[in-house]
Ligand binder design. Structure first.
Ligand code: FDA
Length: 406
């Protein structure tokens, strides 16, 4: 924490009474605190971590992919795909960009509408802290929550620093991904305590693993990346595929992992913009003495080309190969059905799918329909974005929505 954070950090013990308590000083919680504070509400924000916004700090390879200019409801998974519409419409990528610009943070579009800081993700954390300070929010770090009770006037939160009360409680404690960083599933337990349904949770945006036999055969490919389309049913993503020592990764795999279920197949098409069958037929006509490895190696990394040819047990010169063999080889490149054995789990997952059932929440305010004054926002809610800045946009938008009403 920096020197200028004095005043923001609660140093004189926990303020006993405020209008709003926010649990979780991550992306969603800080945005909610800012919005509520700017409306004139007194806000206390509690976190058990030693620093705020730890996931922001490590996000986007340290540069924070803070939004996506194309973010819309279609980029989110939820049992109710309509739920996210209202919040996303009320706080848009342009609204967040305006805040970033006001703080003079330089940014760029990397690809596919993904916006990153030019310099460091810490700029985003500093910006949120500065906004919280302006909004008069008070931040208490290293604060363990031991219980939450409903009172006549609102909520009473018991913590390692004493208890505090407020008429509104915003829960922004995140999901289960990266337990090493303090993810505890606290928000789900609290939702259940207040009678809200929690839908099955599972890791999302996560590398997929392969069974030992398949893993051994692709071991020589570890480290190779190639453009690919990965399909699961009717969902497909075109981005990079990466072979690793543990299985399959890269943005295309992370994206499809959120749709994949244990036991399902995914279909891999490498270099989907190139007609591999046509390329092999032309190579056979023009360069009959070439090996299929060489012909395929014109398009794919050499090691990958060799692996794919050996896997189809194809040998001889191109001229010797019947068209049927070339089509089989092309299908191996562009229609490869793989059954992952599992995923890397919460240990490396960027997000948690599922969570607090949106049916229990008001989509405009994120307030629990059955418990006035109680709000759930961010990753703990059953709204999960694609890879590419969408999850932060949901955190900002749902945080803003709750801050507007709490
Ligand atoms: P978040 O997890 O950020 O915050 C929850 C807060 O609650 C934490 O500060 C935690 O300490 C606190 N807390 C938890 N339990 C508590 C308890 N019991 N008591 C008190 N406090 C408690 N998204 C994106 O859009 N662009 C990107 O570039 C990336 N990159 C990325 C990289 C990596 C490695 C990961 C793991 C994730 C991403 N993401 C991402 C996803 C993004 O980080 C995620 O969607 C948001 O951080 C969710 O914000 P929340 O505020 O909901 O939870």
């Amino acid at each position: 924490m920096e020197k200028e954070d004095a005043g923001l950090i609660g140093e004189t013990g926990l303020q006993r009474k405020s209008d709003v308590i926010v649990i979780g000083a991550g992306a969603a919680g800080m945005m909610a605190a800012i919005r509520a504070g700017k409306r004139g509400r007194s806000v206390v924000i509690l976190d058990h971590a030693r620093a705020p916004g730890e996931k922001i700090r490590i996000s986007g390879g340290g540069r924070c992919n803070f939004t996506n200019i194309h973010a819309g409801p279609k980029n989110f998974l939820s049992a109710n795909p309509h739920f996210c519409k209202s919040a996303l419409a009320r706080f848009t990528p342009a609204d967040f960009i305006a805040m970033v610009d006001r703080h003079g943070i330089a940014w760029h579009e990397k690809t596919l509408g993904q916006l990153f800081c030019d310099d460091s993700a810490k700029d985003i954390i500093r910006m949120l802290l500065a906004e919280m300070r302006m909004a008069g929010a008070v931040l208490h770090l290293g604060t363990e929550i031991s219980g939450v009770e409903k009172t006549e006037a609102g909520f009473r939160v018991s913590t390692s620093e004493g208890h505090c009360e407020a008429s509104s409680l915003i829960v922004a404690a995140g999901g289960k991904s990266i337990p090493k960083m303090g993810a505890t599933g606290f928000a789900y337990r609290l939702a259940e305590q207040f009678g809200l349904a929690v839908l099955e949770t599972r890791p999302g945006l996560v590398p997929l693993t392969l069974d030992p036999g398949l893993l051994e055969s692709i071991a020589p490919l570890a480290g190779i990346a190639a453009p690919a389309e990965i399909r699961h049913g009717r969902t497909a993503f075109r981005e990079a595929l990466l072979f690793t020592h543990r299985g399959l990764s890269g943005p295309a795999i992370l994206q499809i992992s959120s749709y994949w279920r244990e036991g399902d197949e995914v279909v891999v098409s490498i270099e989907p913009d190139i007609d591999i069958a046509a390329h092999l037929k032309t190579a056979k006509q023009l360069n009959g003495r070439q090996s299929p490895q060489t012909a395929l190696g014109d398009i794919l990394p050499k090691r990958l080309a060799q692996f794919l040819v050996e896997r189809e047990k194809i040998s001889g010169n191109m001229a010797d190969l019947p068209d049927k063999a070339l089509l089989r080889l092309a299908a191996g490149v562009q229609n490869w059905a793989v059954k992952p054995s599992g995923s890397e789990g919460y240990r490396t997952a960027e997000v948690t799918l599922g969570g607090i059932d949106t049916a229990a929440l008001d989509s405009r305010s994120m307030e629990a329909k059955a418990v006035p004054g109680l709000y759930f926002i961010g990753e703990c809610v059953d709204v999960t974005g694609w890879l590419g800045g969408y999850n932060f946009q949901w955190a900002w938008a749902s945080g803003f929505a709750a801050g507007e009403w709490a």
